[in-house]
Design a protein around this ligand. Structure first.
Ligand code: HEM
Length: 416
């Protein structure tokens, strides 16, 4: 039986980069101990599938961080966003209705499954172009030279952001993704530099200010131009909301699907039989994507703030408490998934990788499509791929977790 002190220590250990290649034994301990309160802090950690599902559906929890009792720099908390300029004007990820509903509606039509499906030929072309570029060499990095360029190209094209600015955007986006990590007073060495993060927020906002000015004069067939038209049309969204929506979509498009593609590629490289089966039958790709979302989720935890008192298990949650849902633990809950540590694409998959309820991931259809096409083309075209280093080196991000590099060897890239 784990004590409350041990569970708090386990939670803090999640921040240690040494845990990043395989945090799942630690998540298993946390799940068995949960739900639990972090010491006397206003932070409750929720870990089982049933409890995470119940909290995500509970109308008494909010995404509005201004309701949190915790102040900056206190106990293990989810606070860094408070340090960013973006926090002054939160994106709709951090807004409750009615603002959330109004802003989400403005962009949601660009992300419906039907609209996204039309992108399949373009997505296939991007993946094939990426693989064509690798054909001369006998090695490539499956993160930086395969998983990363696809989602980034797609989100830049959708938003209307010049791909030439990519290096700069990726730098800001990676820093801003750190604002989604838990932090801890006991482990400040694992914290991103708050001043650097704040600067990234300000610079990204300034970047979108300039791009908006330019696009206002020369509109294009992109989401930014549509949002500018909505702003001009009257009371649909303010200028600050336009900027924070663009920043949200840019960061979401940069920091998540890359991990899904990389984690799925890693799962296949570690299981040559699965890779061979996918090559023989491309229809398997969707199930492999879903199982990767469960087994090795690109978003490992979801935070909420209690807007009212509630009870989870035997823990009383009070108004203003931060509630951290460890979905990476919940998705290996043996109460829901048989043999949960086994990668099994054929299982009935009730994962929580895209969240649940009003904030369910807007980009889920796009992420699924991109990952399916990337895996299918990889299996079809890359002959005899082999990981050079296993486990790969991971990025430092705790929540949006994924490999930084994944060098692999191959014997040939087949023609399209
Ligand atoms: C595998 C890839 C992805 C994963 C695992 C993922 C995961 C998630 C999760 C868990 C949430 C809910 C957060 C919460 O409830 O607090 C979310 C929200 C969101 N995601 Fe994704 N995401 C992915 C890709 C994308 C992409 C490609 C986009 C679009 C460019 C996107 C845009 C968004 C937006 C706008 C929200 C906020 C929705 C709202 O607040 O109503 N995501 N995502």
């Amino acid at each position: 039986m784990t004590t409350a002190e041990e569970s708090t220590a386990d939670y803090v250990r999640l921040l240690d980069p040494a845990v990043r290649p395989n945090p799942y034994p630690l998540f298993a301990r946390l799940r068995e101990a949960g739900p639990f309160r972090i010491g006397t802090a206003p932070v409750v950690v929720v870990t089982s599938h049933a409890d995470c599902t119940a909290v995500l559906r509970d109308p008494r929890v909010s995404v509005d961080r201004s309701l949190a009792k915790l102040q900056l720099g206190s106990m293990p908390i989810y606070d860094a966003a408070k340090t960013t300029a973006a926090q002054a004007k939160p994106s709709f990820l951090f807004l409750d209705p009615p603002d959330h509903t109004r802003l989400r509606r403005l962009v949601s039509k660009a992300f419906t499954p039907r609209v996204v499906q039309r992108l399949e030929p373009r997505i296939t072309e991007i993946v094939d172009d990426i693989l064509d570029k690798r054909s001369a060499a006998g090695t490539f990095d499956a993160v930086t030279e395969f998983a990363y360029p696809l989602p980034v190209t797609v989100i830049c094209e959708l938003l209307g952001v010049p791909l030439a600015d990519e290096a700069q955007l990726s730098h800001w986006s990676s820093l801003l993704a750190r604002t989604l990590d838990p932090t801890s007073r006991q482990a400040t060495e694992f914290r991103a530099d708050p001043a650097q993060v704040q600067r990234a927020g300000t610079e990204l906002s300034t970047y979108f200010e300039r791009l908006t000015e330019h696009r206002r004069a020369t509109p294009g067939p992109d989401l930014l131009s549509e949002l500018i038209a909505a702003e001009d049309a009257g009371d649909m969204l303010t200028h600050e909301e336009l900027i924070s929506t663009c920043a949200l979509l840019l960061v979401a498009g940069h920091e998540t699907t890359v991990n899904l593609i990389a984690n799925a590629t890693l799962a296949l490289l570690r299981r040559p039989d699965e890779l061979a089966a996918l090559r023989a039958n491309p229809e398997r790709a969707q199930a492999i994507v879903e199982e990767t979302l469960r087994f090795d989720p690109p978003v490992q935890l979801i935070p909420r703030i209690a807007a009212d008192d509630l009870t989870v298990g035997d823990i009383d949650i009070r108004r203003g408490d931060l509630v951290v849902m460890l979905i990476a633990a919940a998705q290996r809950d043996p109460a829901v998934f048989t043999d949960p540590d086994r990668f099994d694409p054929s299982r009935d998959n009730r994962h929580l990788a895209f969240g649940l309820g009003a904030h369910f991931c807007l980009g889920a259809p796009l992420a699924r499509l991109e990952a399916r096409v990337a895996l299918t083309r990889f299996a079809h075209r890359v002959e005899a791929p082999r990981l050079i280093t296993d486990p790969p080196v991971y990025r430092e991000h705790v929540n949006l977790r994924g490999p930084a590099h994944m060098p692999l060897e191959f014997s040939a890239i087949l023609p399209r």
